[in-house]
Design a protein around this ligand. Structure first.
Ligand SMILES: [Cu+2]
Length: 313
């Protein structure tokens, strides 16, 4: 059934998490609308009716009116209690994950969303989920505060460093939904976008199988996949353009000028240090905004990334 303020809400693609939020949203907006109209009409009516009509038109002495005062206190109290009860039950529903939920781990970092699946599959900025099955996201941040928001599912939760948080939803139609970061997290916060890709259940199983096992192949191939999955390309281009950081093109072996005016030759050790502790040597003309990858990439992974960077001539 269409309701007056339906146009204000995005699609509802996860009724189990969205219905209660939408019901409450409509209730609050409709009650506010009725009050707005009622108060405006009363205001105009009284202004006209009690307009001063002559010089000796005097206001009589008014003390109080019990019936009026009790009703304008008790009615709003009842309305706010309804809103509280409704909101609380909706919140409990969002906090109670169904037992059979499919679990996916989420890593938020400036300015990407990484997703890790049960069989080792990994994706960046694309969350693949099956339709018609509850999905639980266990989320953490690797740097600052972010916030995970899917308007179509009505789920939103802060993502914190050093602590796990979670959301759940159940998408009922195959298709796509937009993910936003809704906590200001630095220069490219507004580009911290991702998509939910909702598959038919058997299609999802196939997708998992074909993408399972994580990165694979020769060291150079693994390095290439890591540079994508670790979000390096948000700040480093492969074609020589300068984005937030220097381009990877032609990086290996070149002479780099640092912020203190000294120069270094880009070799394995310099790249390794730049990944683990980017603040140690900052490139001239750039800000020290790269989050250290210490604890996020292994020694083997660093070696593979270096082998890949060597190929970008
Ligand atoms: Cu963010």
């Amino acid at each position: 059934m269409g309701r007056l303020f339906d146009f204000m809400l995005p699609d509802n693609q996860s009724p189990l998490t969205a219905d209660s939020t939408d019901g409450l949203f409509h209730f609050i907006t409709e009650v506010s609308f009725i009050l707005l109209v009622g108060i405006t009409i009363a205001l105009i009516y009284f202004a006209i009716k009690y307009k001063r009509k002559s010089e000796d038109d005097e206001t009589p002495l008014i003390t109080h009116n019990n019936t009026l005062e009790i009703s304008w206190s008790v009615i709003p109290l009842l309305i706010t209690l309804v809103i509280f009860g409704w909101g609380y039950s909706g919140w409990l529903n969002l906090r109670s994950v169904p037992d059979d939920a499919y679990e996916i781990h989420v890593n938020a970092f400036k300015w990407n969303w990484g997703f890790n699946y049960s069989n080792g599959a990994q994706t960046l900025n694309e969350l693949h989920v099956p339709k018609g099955r509850p999905v639980k996201l266990v989320m953490q941040s690797r740097d600052v505060l972010h916030s995970f928001f899917v308007p179509d599912f009505r789920v939103k939760h802060d993502v914190l460093p050093n602590r796990y948080t979670y959301v759940w939803f159940q998408a009922e139609e195959a298709g796509e939904a937009q993910i936003f970061c809704t906590e200001y997290c630095g220069t490219s916060h507004s580009n911290m976008l991702a998509k939910v890709i909702i598959h038919e259940p058997d299609e999802f199983e196939t997708w998992l199988e074909t993408n399972g096992g994580g990165v694979s192949g020769s060291p150079v191939e693994q390095g290439e996949q890591l540079v994508s999955l670790q979000g390096c390309k948000t700040c480093h281009s492969l074609d020589g353009t300068k984005i937030i950081g220097p381009s990877f093109k032609g990086l290996f072996g070149k002479q780099e000028t640092l912020s203190d005016g000294s120069t270094v030759t880009v070799d394995e050790n310099y790249i390794r240090e730049s990944i683990l502790n980017p603040g140690a040597k900052v490139v001239q003309g750039y800000d020290n905004v790269m989050t250290p990858y210490e604890g996020r990439v292994s020694d083997d992974e660093i070696s593979n990334i270096i082998e890949y960077l060597k190929t970008l001539k």
